[in-house]
Design a binder for this molecule. Structure first.
Ligand code: ADP
Ligand code: AMP
Length: 213
């Protein structure tokens, strides 16, 4: 099953991806996580991407497309994958179509989590992510069982550098101007489904599983 989770920053893509990984036993491919790992490793690509990420801007398409090309070629993607946070621009979406067509695979479904902007700031400023596995929690809406400890791998929970009220503004601007046009792109491809992402985490999971069965 080749899936894509779509939505604004903070819509709940990473949170829901964890349930799909368990249910379908396919990997989550989060370009944000891959970029943060490159920053932690201090690679040239990571250092270049960091400048954009810290300002809440999108990283250039050429970098992102290169990352995805390498990642989809890995053997754990053979039975399917969950794209999370990719694509975010029309050129990225077009490159993905070309890449998948060369691999003789296709997208089964794009699940969009619809969350209006007024919910996003609170979600993002209260987000805590695992420094080891990237899992996402929220101090109020989705707390970890033990404070500051990841439920999945016991890693330490931290606040992302870009999770502050200033960058949220530019990230939402980037979403509306560069990413939201993809709704039309995937609607035309007949793979687009929209869910109400403002419901509780477990309700959204139920709706998502229903839409896939
Ligand atoms: P994304 O991957 O789309 O950027 P996340 O999955 O990291 O978003 O979720 C953003 C924040 O909102 C996290 O702190 C997460 O715990 C919280 N969150 C996710 N889904 C919900 C929900 N349905 N209701 C309330 N908070 C949520
Ligand atoms: P995320 O973890 O998905 O919230 O992404 C964090 C940041 O990484 C974004 O604000 C962008 O700067 C960058 N990023 C992640 N994925 C992409 C992408 N597909 N295209 C461009 N930039 C991206």
């Amino acid at each position: 099953m080749n899936l894509m989770l779509f939505g604004a920053p903070g819509a709940g893509k990473g949170t829901q991806a964890k349930f799909l990984i368990e249910k379908y036993n396919i990997p989550q491919i989060s370009t944000g996580d891959i970029l943060r790992a490159a920053i932690a490793d201090k690679t040239d690509m990571g250092m270049e991407a960091k400048k954009f990420m810290d300002e809440g801007k999108l990283v250039p398409d050429s970098t992102i497309i290169g990352i995805i090309k390498d990642r989809l070629a890995e053997s754990d993607c053979k039975e399917g994958f969950i794209l999370d946070g990719f694509p975010r621009t029309l050129p990225q979406a077009e490159s993905l179509n070309e890449l998948m067509s060369n691999m003789e695979i296709s997208l089964d479904k794009v699940i969009s989590l619809n969350v209006p902007d007024e919910f996003i700031v609170g979600r993002i400023t209260g987000r805590r992510i695992c420094s080891k596995c990237g899992a996402s929690f929220h101090v109020e809406f989705n707390p970890s069982k033990e404070e500051n400890v990841c439920d999945y791998c016991s890693g330490e929970l931290i606040t992302r550098k870009d999770d502050n009220a200033e960058t949220v503004k530019s990230r939402l601007e980037a979403y509306h101007s560069q990413t939201a046009p993809l709704i039309d792109f995937y609607t035309k491809m007949n793979v687009f489904t929209e869910l109400d992402g403002t419901k509780d985490v477990s309700e959204v999971t139920k709706d998502m599983i229903n839409s896939l069965s």
